[in-house]
Design a protein around this ligand. Sequence first.
Ligand SMILES: Nc1ncnc2c1ncn2[C@@H]1O[C@H](COP(=O)(O)OP(=O)(O)OP(=O)(O)O)[C@@H](O)[C@H]1O
Ligand SMILES: O=c1ccn([C@@H]2O[C@H](COP(=O)(O)O)[C@@H](O)[C@H]2O)c(=O)[nH]1
Ligand SMILES: [Mg+2]
Length: 235
Amino acid sequence: MWRRVASLSSSISSSFLAQTASRLNTWESLTTGIAQQAKGVIAPKEKTPFITFVLGGPGSGKGTQCIKIVETFGFAHLSAGDLLRREIASKSADGAMILNTIKEGKIVPSQVTVKLIQKEMELSDNHKFLIDGFPRTEENRVSFERIIGVEPNVVLFFDCPEEEMVKRVLNRNEGRVDDNLETIKKRLTVFQALSLPVINYYSERGKLYTIKAIGTEDEIFEQVRPIFAAFETVG
Ligand SMILES: Nc1ncnc2c1ncn2[C@@H]1O[C@H](COP(=O)(O)OP(=O)(O)OP(=O)(O)O)[C@@H](O)[C@H]1O
Ligand SMILES: O=c1ccn([C@@H]2O[C@H](COP(=O)(O)O)[C@@H](O)[C@H]2O)c(=O)[nH]1
Ligand SMILES: [Mg+2]
């Protein structure tokens, strides 16, 4: 788990690296626990995590593009929606609450989602994470920073017209309980009201990369590719 020694892109400024390195200490103590490390239960993660948040409205193509990013750049893909659906399927204590929340197009309490993401990050051998469909609210964002102790390096925003998103979701055909017109309308309202402020937050901090999410999947990926290529090649 994160045993390899960092060779992170030198395109990242030294102040950024210093900032990230200091956060790594917080990361280690929060996620693995000093006591567990002392007992040799969990090895310290030696490589600085590289975190990408993948944001955009319902059906904007986040999951589709994440598959391509994983294939091309070797990230671990953590879809918050998939983690929540897995909780429902496993009939966990939160399963019923999560199902109702998803049916209503609302947002699951941050603590639940962050805990699931944290667990996946800890279990991963990778240090490069695509966190898909999270954070969806300012509260999600603050909660992630507080619990995980790191900020994203990159935030992708798949910007897609509503009409196109609705068309895609209604054609998705994966049996999702929220892929119906009534829930989609609610999800779009939640996206505008709660998720756009998160996108604006990262835009103000210079971390946002906006992708015009119309055209073929390959055309869209050609906008995504140079973003990660830049982080890979320099350094
Ligand atoms: N560029 C595209 N053109 C047409 N259809 C697309 C495109 N990209 C993805 N799709 C299709 O649109 C649907 C939604 O895509 P995807 O599941 O990737 O979106 P998403 O942003 O992850 O949605 P959600 O937030 O609901 O999980 C899928 O059926 C996918 O195959
Ligand atoms: O961080 C999250 C992510 C998702 N949800 C809920 O799940 C559905 C589906 O999410 P997708 O990313 O579209 O698969 C979403 O509408 C929310 O209800 C969440 O609460 N928090
Ligand atoms: Mg998705």
